[in-house]
Design a protein around this ligand. Sequence first.
Ligand code: AMP
Ligand code: MG
Length: 424
Amino acid sequence: MAQLSDDCFAFGGPLMSVEEAQALIEARIPPAEGAEQVALRQAVGRVLAEDLRAVTPLPPFFNSAVDGYAFRHADLVAGSETRLPIAARLQAGQEAHPIAPGTAIRIFTGAPMPDGADTVMMQEDAREEGGAVLLAAGLKRGANCRPAGEDVATGVVALPAGRRLGPAEIGLAAALGFRKLPVRPLVRVGVFSTGDELAEPGAPLGPAQTYDSNRFTLLALLAGLPVEAVDLGILPDEPAATAAALAQAAAGHDLLLTSGGVSTGEADHVKAAIGQGGRLVFWRLAIKPGRPAAMGVLPKAGGNFASGGVPVVGLPGNPVAAVVTFLHLARPLVLRLAGAAPDRLPRFSARADFAYRKKAGRREYVRVRLDFGPGLPVARKYAREGAGLLTSLTESDAFAELPEDVTAVAPGDELRILPFRAAF
Ligand code: AMP
Ligand code: MG
């Protein structure tokens, strides 16, 4: 992993927009280095480390796009039906022989075009009669066939370095004959929860305790990213223990995520712990839910930054706020560390069926359910707004993203929708 300086997140302003935060991540986090070769099936979700150049064309040879009859366009009689004797039959996987002038070849999808043939008529448009085929007039030269390299020409970059490898990319790499792909190393991400009130799911619940959910949500969110996510347990609300745990974890991880303990309460020790061992930058994001977020850098080893720094993101404790800030801060940071090209979360438009008021100057994420019908989808607001309501996520499909300058939503307004189910 590349070197990180200790002031990489420095920011001067009072409230930071999501764009400013993402630009800072883009500017200050050095992109990943290194590569390992992995088999195609293991490459899903990984980040391509080098440009993938085609060493063969795709398709590899000139072939028929349909089931039909191949012939030389020059043999067609202008303006009327043409009758050509059928000289051979050619299926996908069979080697072709040159076509004799004045003949047609019965051909099937994916079979190589015989040398000399340049056009295919679909079987639906032709008629066989006594060993010959009757071809309707009006077909263009080159119809219904696929030139070699029409998809990818030899030598071009089929996939750029930094591309996250999904099903389409894996399929293309396979089609180009690659059995293994060079990918960036997985980012090792350690995840802590913080809070004296938290209990491990399954353990008996004390009178003032609640089960830790954020750690499992965050580990689940990380499961969709090119990381090796490591569960580092629950930290008590205790400054020295928090500082020691973070310092120790920094040695073995590329990124640390915590949740809780980043507001300005007396029991909010994450900021102090980051500041103690490393460099803290407290970000107040101009978003709701999710305003407080601690960003920082801890030395990788030995208490100084000589061997580089490890970024730490202190996400807010309220479960919905943790998810919103994860999507806007942790996710782009992970992708940057993983060497992935930046990707914007998907957005589309929907029509509000509700009225809502908000403060200017911050972006707000309102949980909505979407109904799809004719026209724009309809966004129905989840009845309650608390940032601690986990069911507001399980019972919703998306966030309506209300921009900074908006102060009210009225029924019928067009909304920008971030479909978090797709982002998960
Ligand atoms: P904090 O930011 O630590 O003050 O936490 C804000 C709220 O989120 C409190 O109600 C916490 O109990 C709750 N909370 C913090 N961390 C978690 C967690 N890991 N799982 C579930 N709830 C949490
Ligand atoms: Mg707490």
